[in-house]
Design a protein around this ligand. Sequence first.
Ligand code: SF4
Length: 252
Amino acid sequence: MLTSPLIRELVDAKLPPIKGFIETSLLDWTGHICAVLFLPYCNLRCPYCHKHQLVLKPDTLETVSLEAILQRLQPLKDSVDGICITGGEPTIHRGLPALLKTIHEAGFKTKLDTNGTQPETLHYLISEKLVDCVAMDVKGPLNDATYARCAGVFVPVSIIKKSIELLMAANVPSMFRCTATPTLLAESDVYLLAEELKDLRIEGIDSPNAALSLTVQNFNPADPMEPDLKNIKPLTKEALSRMQDEVNRILG
Ligand code: SF4
């Protein structure tokens, strides 16, 4: 699957810059207490993105040294289970494998948040055992038009499907997430995505990732990348919960 020039790039690259650090989080890795590192830039432009400073103007953010982060985390080793690498989009950085390796060598597990647009890099990270958990954002049902609307740029969904299939077949815990932004995704779109994930799982051969999950996240109108979305009301707690129940029912 991998071309050798990509492997060379991944192996040779320098560590990516870190543009944000949270010492402990209970929210970023279900069932774990983790630190969180934020990497800059992203290849998508999701209109609801609330990390657009990190995506579009990371130079305005201070760079945090990995050494300083690891030194700070060493005394917390008994309470911090691992480190979540998020963004932006971490997999667009060729130095991501080096970062994950350094974190493992420091004695911490790694969790990766990704938009799934770099399946070859994802494959490399999994095959080299550099990630202990992966959460993939799936922007909407797997057709090019809807995906482009939710991602803000054209993304061939064949690429997204590759990443989904890779995670379903991989021997590493993984989960999928989708942000329900009322003007971008209808309720029926979320259910269609759940059906598509279910079908992809059924098509997968001997998938060890039997516990397929899709978490429906609510849209946050505070400072989205597309300013017009500030006026859109997020889903009510009841509507979100109903949607999640139906998604869980579909996925069994
Ligand atoms: S929400 Fe979209 S644009 Fe923002 S970081 Fe995630 S994938 Fe990139």
